[in-house]
Design a protein around this ligand. Structure first.
Ligand SMILES: Nc1ncnc2c1ncn2[C@@H]1O[C@H](COP(=O)(O)OS(=O)(=O)O)[C@@H](OP(=O)(O)O)[C@H]1O
Ligand SMILES: Nc1ncnc2c1ncn2[C@@H]1O[C@H](COP(=O)(O)OP(=O)(O)O)[C@@H](O)[C@H]1O
Length: 207
């Protein structure tokens, strides 16, 4: 039974086809790759490169991108802390469903709060939540500014913008850190290969 009293008296219904059956069909293991980092750090670009690299290997992946989900499922949510929390909670639950479907779910969200990311991790079996930190300095993200949002935030036209006047809590223990080092940044293709190597080494690309 759910711990939420609004959904009491609800009993879980099992299906005769389960996650293991679906994984066998797809020849992969369902999991969540959670890409976190500042706006402009390259989350969506990596998500797309990774999706492409998996697709070309015959592996089924699906991207949940914060920007896109805020056009639909989460269109009712703002950027205040409790709405960001609800945003991450919902995407975490959706990602869990995709992983249960046997897919490699790639979630690209700023997800600035550690406890919210950890709550999503706790929804998955051990090992099935792979947190990727885009460890890019604010000045690099701000210089990129592809949507002009940092400029607006600096001008005070967007309030509570992550990294400017709203917090970002970097992961303490994540599976993969992609760093901007000595002014150099790996290409999206190289970053995707780093993630693919992790998936291969940990058995996610076979049933
Ligand atoms: N105040 C504020 N702070 C941060 N970002 C903002 C804000 N307002 C709008 N945007 C745009 O929304 C995108 C982030 O959405 P997310 O759902 O990933 O954010 S969060 O995880 O709930 O923090 C983010 O997209 P990315 O640049 O791809 O990260 C921005 O384009
Ligand atoms: N590895 C990279 N090296 C150089 N530029 C990148 C890299 N990844 C992304 N970019 C560029 O940075 C900008 C922000 O990337 P994006 O994926 O939209 O970030 P986010 O989803 O984190 O906001 C884009 O203009 C993109 O082309």
């Amino acid at each position: 039974m759910s711990g939420n009293e609004k959904s009491a008296n609800v009993v879980w219904h099992n299906s005769s086809v389960d996650k293991l059956d679906r994984q066998k069909l797809l020849q992969q293991k369902g999991c969540v790759i959670w890409i976190t980092g500042l706006s402009g750090s390259g989350k969506s670009t990596l998500g797309c490169a990774l999706s492409q690299a998996l697709h070309s290997r015959g592996k089924l992946a699906y991207i949940l991108d914060g920007d896109n989900i805020r056009h639909g499922l989460n269109r009712d949510l703002s950027f205040k802390a409790e709405d960001r929390e609800e945003n991450i909670r919902r995407v975490g639950e959706v990602a869990k469903l995709f992983a249960d479907a046997g897919l490699i779910c790639i979630a690209c969200l700023i997800s600035p709060y550690r406890k919210d990311r950890d709550s999503c991790r706790a929804l998955l079996a051990d090992g099935n939540f792979i947190e990727v930190f885009m460890d890019m300095p604010l000045d690099v993200c701000e210089a990129r500014d592809p949507k002009g949002l940092y400029k607006l935030a600096r001008a005070g036209k967007i309030k509570a913008f992550t990294g400017i006047d709203d917090p970002y809590e970097p992961p303490l223990h994540c599976e993969i850190v992609l760093k901007h080092e000595e002014g150099n940044c790996a290409s999206p293709y190289e970053m995707a290969e780093t993630v693919i190597t992790y998936l291969e080494e940990n058995g996610y690309l076979r049933a």
